[in-house]
Design a protein around this ligand. Sequence first.
Ligand SMILES: NC(=O)c1ccc[n+]([C@@H]2O[C@H](COP(=O)([O-])OP(=O)(O)OC[C@H]3O[C@@H](n4cnc5c(N)ncnc54)[C@H](O)[C@@H]3O)[C@@H](O)[C@H]2O)c1
Length: 286
Amino acid sequence: MEVSKVGVMGAGAMGSGIAQLAAQAGFEVILNDLEMSLVDKGIGRMEDFLSKSVLKGKITEEQKKQTLGRIRKSTDISDFKDVDLAIEVIVEDLELKKKAFAQLDSTCKPEAYLASNTSSMPITVLGNATKRPERVVGMHFFNPAPIMKLVEVIRGYYTSDETVKVATRVAEKMGKTPVEVKKDSPGFIVNRLMMAQYIEAIRLLEEGVATIEDIDKAVKLGLNHPMGAFELQDFGGLDIGYFVAEYFYEEFKDMRWNPPQALKALIRSGRLGKKTGAGWYDYDKQ
Ligand SMILES: NC(=O)c1ccc[n+]([C@@H]2O[C@H](COP(=O)([O-])OP(=O)(O)OC[C@H]3O[C@@H](n4cnc5c(N)ncnc54)[C@H](O)[C@@H]3O)[C@@H](O)[C@H]2O)c1
């Protein structure tokens, strides 16, 4: 089935970016959140991004208007009844996501595809919350979605070849480069590689091998990464790194994913992380 109408559930940082990409690609878009103020906030973020693109000469004022004109605001999930593809972009909580998939399954037409932008949750479990697991797929965009080129297209245990093809085509139409994750494995490709580097960077710090600044310099200049391991974690959020390490450890039952003691202590004590807003670069100043 050709996709022409896309429903995006969740208008936060990622959802608004994905809705923008879909509208720019010419899809008709419905952007849904729990409250209209949250949808408006998402649209506001989009307007800012598009206005900057106009100033930089990347798009015209007319293209900005057309993009925004393709988006319909919604707080009622029944608005998704005739979408061809629904993309779930709500908070990273498995129980809430399972509920969301059951809701999408009972709302969307039977031939619609259902995708999740989850960073870590099993697509097979989300598929099992529906009566159409063969039409459920992971579409993992990266932050910020309008800029980052990659989309991981993740196959759950029951996902059909056709569904993978559709998600791949949609990602390409949005100007992205998709890669197929053939097995529903924790962290998919990117987050598994990223966590390995992150954990090892903390261990280097714990062992006194080098400072935060020098480890990051080494990653940037020696591996040619645009951001250092600590810088990247501060950008994404320290707590998320900790939760992902815990999740990998539980799933793989392998000591290499055991969150380093320094990270555990810093998060549990509330010295760094969400509670304080402090990241690794504040560590030396504590
Ligand atoms: N932020 C990132 O760097 C990043 C990168 C890749 C993937 N992701 C994934 O994308 C998803 C969303 O992340 P985010 O950073 O945009 O989160 P966010 O907190 O900015 O946005 C989530 C939005 O979902 C809404 N929401 C919650 N329950 C809902 C429901 N039942 N119906 C409709 N809306 C609902 C919330 O009100 C909120 O506006 C998560 O699964 C996350 O793991 C995040």
